[in-house]
Every structure is written in structure tokens, then in C-alpha cells.
Design a protein around this ligand. Structure first.
Ligand code: GAP
Length: 598
């Protein structure tokens, strides 16, 4: 993001560093009025595509969760970045970033700690803050979770969620009920996530509090496949792990269908969401010639992901991660099942009931009790588990002279005569089975999308011999849709323009009213915040003729009862009848009408 744009972002109320009055706090940003509105519009566009149009359910979970949730999810153990402290100035740095910024290693995050230490020593890397050598400094794992206490005292630790996803996974049993236990079903959530980043950087790109828009799709891995027809022709650059490992490997422009057919994207669900997301990023204003999909390298994937692709955009010559598309398999549901008292399965009904053989045991407790004392109940349980897992152990024992079945409990062996186990194989008719769904997850960062959109929509040109800067934001996401100006605040023009602004607001449009300064200046102000349309109320609007040169509008051809509508990018102007104005601007905003067709 150029310095000019950073200044524009602050000056025009997109975003600013938080608590500047108190020296600021790294990694936290406040969205100003224009930024908050742009962010809302991006979130609503996401909601429209990923929740409404996909027929998914949206939830809104708390940002603080008890410790048990993150013990189960693996975040307390495995959600670490690599930290290296400077021996001179004491500043902490992300060791993998120090490596990436100063060597030709591009993805250091996936390297083991020992390798990072070795690279720091080998390249004699120095502290980015003070220049002291870092060789020989220990690189330590640093957990990114923000800890807090729930209620007074410290007996009930809680954590700010590092991803919105866990708020969906923990409630899976209830959510499955809402979905009438029918797979596949998707649950979405837009909300804040928190990570105590070691070194927040590049403005909104790496912050400690950010917004995620996540979809967790629960599928039957054996049966559910997506209908790719809607996205089959969507084309994007795919940069596979194989191409990244190759000496001169490059991203390949492929359609989603080709990516699946050629095995570039192994999972069709991931491919489906890559197609949807590419269209969505274009819709909100990302320049698709500066966009690509990149597969994670081995070692780069999160602890839960079996395969993962990132959406990346180019900003200032760097590729930044906008989103991750992960195949999480049954990792999350199996962990919550293991750690809680709930079942995280759904009942899958067979088309036809099937008859199966089910091995059972009915241990003779009058034998097990005296023989094994306090361990008897555990031995009975172990026999049941063994019968399910390895019924042949009972069959083989019965067929040989050695008639004992042996089970192990805590390293101790217990031998039970097979005729005391009550082993039998029953024929049962089953109408279905309990299965653990797999999860496919598109996880988008809203702040990085917003930052990219601002950067990719920033334009400089010349209008009437004067330099101008503007944001070519798509009307759907622009913070303000219409600027309404009276030509001058006199002769009733201001009054009429204020009435018109109120009328347009009543149509659900976001409107800025401005009557200060020359009309050209007012256009520039709206151009700078990306307002796609401006309406000017002039003498024709109020049914008067322009009888001197200060009275624009009302000239020949300017129909009474019309206003001028000016389009931001082309600066072209047309006259529109007042009674059509609300409907016309709404259609322009929603993409149902093009300005050039007016
Ligand atoms: N539930 C999966 C998950 O959280 P992730 O790749 O860690 O996956 C998803 O995060 C997205 O969240 C990223 O692609 C990025 O856009 C955004 N994100 C992650 N950490 C961020 C940070 N510190 N600052 C801003 N955005 C961040």
C-alpha cells in the first residue's frame, strides 16, 4: 500500500492505529466511518455469497471460550509461532520472518526450529531493530492465544478465540439437529478472532484482533461430492506445491474443472470453494491479475489440515494470504468427541436395511470377579472392545489347545478362558450407522480483503487538467453510494437537495450530503472515498431556467424535474428524472443496471 494511500486511509476515515493519544498499541486498528462501512459491505457481500446463496446457516458464538475447548482443539499445544529475542535490545521477533526477509527461503514457517536456528547462524542474521547478531540465540515456540479469567479468581481460565471455527465445532451436536442430521450442511460465522502476534506488521495485514468470515461444511466423506457446474469455468492461477518445489515452477491458469481433472486440486469440495471465492474476490474489487491460489507446502499446514490452499493477492510486490481453504477431515469433531461427553456423529440411514454379523461378549463375572478382583470390570470392557476390533482372536483361541483370550490393561496381561467370555456372533439388521462427518473450511480474513481492495482500487488520473485520486470501488461495497449536492445553497436548491438526500436514504441508499465549496472540490472528496455516483440539484431540478452563467442547469435540453447523475470513474454525467432517481441508483448499486446504459 503506497504512502499516499495510507495517508488517504487515515485522512478519509478508513482506518487508524488504535489509542494514538496514549502512544498507540501495536496490532490494533480502529476503522473510521468510511472503513467501518466498507468492512460492513464486504461482510454483507460474503454473507450473501457464502451463507444465503449456498443455503447455509449462520451463527454468532462468543469470542471467549473455556480452556477445555482449546485443549480439545489442539490450540493450547500446537498454535505456536517461532520467537527469537535480541540479546542486545531485548526486542522479540518472529524467527521465520527474520529468515524469510533476509534469505531466499520463502516459506520458513514450515521449517523445524533447529533448522531456523541453523539458518540464523549460517547467514549471520541480525536483529531487525538494532542490528545485533542473532546467531546462537534460542528460537522458542510462542503460543498465540490471549488468556483471561472467566469470573473472579483464576480457577476458570478462558481464552479469546484464535479462529471463529471452534464456536461452530463445539456446538456441532445441536447444529446437526437444526440441519435435521442431513449431510452435507454448512455453518457460517463472521466475527472477531485474536492472536497475540509476536510482531504485528504491515498495517492491517498482521494484527492482533481481526475479523474472519468462516464456513464449516460438514460432509459424508464417502458419499458427498459438490456439483461443480456453477464454477467449472472459473479460471484462476493455481500454484501447486509441486510447482513451488520445482526449479522454475510457475502458477498455471486453469479452470476449476481442469484443476480437478488434472489432479492439481485433489479435493473437489476445495476446488468448488476456490471457484466461488475467485468470483467473490472479483466482485468486491480485487484485481484478478494480482491474485492467485497457492497450495501449502509440507510442514506449512496447520495442525488440523490434511490439505490446504491459500488465496493470495499481490500488494507492493509481496504476496499476502487472504484466505485458507482447508480439508480438516474429522480432526475437530473427533477431538471434541474425545474430550467432551457429547457424541459428534450423525446417523446415516442406509437406502435398504442391511444384515451384519456382530461379535458380542457376555463375560462370566462369577469367574472374572474372584480371578481378577478389582480389575474384573475393566477386563470385561477390554474383552468387549477386543471382540469388536478383532473377533478372530476369540475364534482362534477356541480352535486351538490354547483356549485363553488375552487382553492388555495398563501394560498388564489378563488371560481369560474363551468359554468364560460368552463370545458369540449375532446376526443383526441395521438401518444405518453413526458417522463422524469431515469438514471442508473456507476461512477468509476480512481485514486483509479490505486492505487489498483499497490497494487494488486506488487510482490516479487527471480531470480537466487537474490531478485527482480516486478509489474505483465496486458500488456494492463503496462506503457511500451517492453524494448529493445542491449546485449552490441558495434559491431553494439546498432545501431541495436535503429533501432528496432524505428521500434516497429512505430508499435504503447510503448518502452523503455536501454543500460546502466549489462543486469540483465536492466531486473530488467523494472520488477519494470511492463514492460511485453524485447527484447535483440545479435550477432545472426546481423547474427554473438558467438566466445567467452562475445558474447552471435549466439550459436547453435540461428537462425540468431532473438532476445530474455523475459517475465516478468516467466522470460522465446524465440527467435522470427525480421520480426515477431512487430506483435508478439502487439498480446501479446492485449491478442490475450499468451507468452507460442510462
Ligand atoms: N479457521 C482457519 C484459520 O483460522 P488461518 O489461515 O489461520 O485459518 C484464516 O486464518 C485467515 O484469517 C487468513 O487467511 C487471514 O486472512 C486471516 N488472518 C489470520 N491471522 C491474521 C492476523 N494476524 N491479522 C489479520 N488477518 C489474519
Amino acid at each position: 500500500m503506497s504512502q499516499d494511500l495510507v495517508e488517504l486511509a487515515k485522512r478519509r476515515g478508513f482506518f487508524l492505529g488504535t489509542a494514538g493519544a496514549y502512544g498507540g498499541v501495536a496490532g490494533f486498528y480502529t476503522y473510521g466511518p468510511a472503513g467501518a462501512s466498507l468492512k460492513d459491505n464486504i461482510e454483507n457481500a460474503w454473507r450473501d455469497r457464502f451463507t444465503v446463496q449456498e443455503g447455509n446457516m449462520e451463527v454468532d458464538a462468543p469470542t471467549v471460550m473455556p480452556e477445555a475447548v482449546f485443549e480439545a482443539s489442539g490450540h493450547l499445544d500446537g498454535f505456536d509461532d517461532m520467537l527469537v529475542d535480541c540479546p542486545e535490545c531485548g526486542e522479540s521477533h518472529r524467527a521465520d520472518h527474520v529468515v524469510e526477509d533476509n534469505t531466499d527461503i520463502e516459506e520458513a514457517e514450515g521449517l523445524p526450529i533447529e533448522r531456523i536456528e541453523a539458518v540464523i547462524a549460517e547467514y549471520e542474521l541480525v536483529c531487525p531493530s538494532c542490528g545485533a547478531g542473532l546467531a546462537g540465540q534460542a528460537v522458542e515456540p510462542f503460543n498465540l492465544m490471549f488468556e483471561t479469567n472467566i469470573g473472579p479468581g483464576s480457577s476458570s481460565p478462558g481464552y479469546l478465540r484464535p479462529e471463529t471455527a471452534q464456536g461452530i465445532f463445539v456446538e456441532f451436536p445441536q447444529l446437526a439437529e437444526y440441519a435435521r442430521n442431513q449431510l452435507p450442511f454448512g455453518v457460517t460465522q463472521i466475527g472477531r478472532a485474536y492472536r497475540n502476534e509476536i510482531s504485528p506488521r504491515k498495517s492491517l495485514l498482521r494484527v492482533r484482533e481481526f475479523t474472519q468470515a468462516e464456513l464449516e461444511l460438514f460432509v459424508d466423506p464417502e458419499e458427498d461430492v459438490p456439483d461443480l457446474s456453477d464454477v467449472a469455468d472459473v479460471v484462476a492461477p493455481f500454484y501447486s506445491a509441486e510447482a513451488q518445489y520445482a526449479e522454475d515452477g510457475q502458477p498455471r491458469e486453469l479452470s476449476v474443472q481442469e484443476a480437478v481433472d488434472e489432479g492439481v486440486v485433489a479435493d473437489p469440495w476445495i476446488a468448488y470453494y476456490l471457484g466461488i471465492a475467485a468470483e467473490w474476490y472479483e466482485r468486491i474489487g480485487v484485481d484478478m491479475s494480482r491474485f492467485r491460489y497457492r497450495q501449502h507446502l509440507d510442514g506449512e499446514r496447520a495442525h488440523y489440515a490434511a490439505d490446504c490452499w491459500d488465496a493470495e493477492s499481490e500488494v507492493d510486490g509481496d504476496w499476502i494470504e487472504l484466505a485458507g481453504f482447508a480439508y480438516r477431515s474429522d480432526y475437530d469433531l473427533s477431538k471434541h468427541r474425545e474430550h467432551s461427553d457429547e457424541e459428534y456423529t450423525v446417523f446415516k440411514q442406509y437406502d435398504e436395511p442391511v444384515t451384519v454379523e456382530r461379535p458380542t461378549v457376555d463375560p462370566d463375572m462369577s469367574y472374572l470377579g474372584p480371578e481378577f478382583g478389582g480389575a474384573a470390570a475393566d477386563v470385561a470392557d477390554a474383552l468387549e472392545t477386543l471382540a469388536e476390533r478383532d473377533p478372530d482372536a476369540f475364534r482362534e483361541a477356541g480352535a486351538t489347545d490354547d483356549v485363553n483370550v488375552t487382553v492388555e490393561i495398563d501394560g498388564e496381561s489378563y488371560a481369560v478362558p474363551v468359554d468364560r467370555t460368552g463370545f458369540a456372533v449375532e446376526e443383526v439388521t441395521e438401518s444405518g450407522e453413526h458417522i463422524l462427518p469431515h469438514v471442508v473450511e473456507p476461512s477468509l480474513g476480512i481485514d486483509r480483503a479490505l486492505y487489498t481492495v483499497l490497494d487494488h482500487c486506488y487510482r490516479e488520473d487527471e480531470v480537466d487538467g487537474e490531478a485527482r485520486t480516486y478509489l474505483a470501488l465496486p458500488p456494492e461495497v463503496a462506503p457511500t453510494t451517492v453524494g448529493v449536492f445542491p449546485l449552490m445553497d441558495r434559491d431553494g436548491l439546498g432545501e431541495r437537495a436535503r429533501e432528496m438526500a432524505a428521500d434516497l436514504r429512505a430508499h435504503g441508499l447510503s448518502v452523503a450530503y455536501d454543500d460546502s465549496g466549489a462543486i469540483g472540490r465536492r466531486y473530488r472528496r467523494q472520488d477519494e472515498v470511492g463514492t460511485p455516483f453524485c447527484v447535483t440539484v440545479d435550477y432545472a431540478t426546481i423547474g427554473e431556467r438558467a438566466d445567467d452563467e452562475t445558474r447552471e442547469g435549466g439550459g436547453d435540453g435540461d428537462e425540468p424535474g431532473t438532476v445530474t447523475v455523475r459517475e465516478r470513474d468516467s466522470t460522465a454525467q446524465v440527467r435522470v428524472a427525480i421520480e426515477d432517481l431512487g430506483a435508478t441508483l439502487t439498480a446501479l448499486r446492485d449491478g442490475d443496471l450499468r451507468f452507460e446504459d442510462l
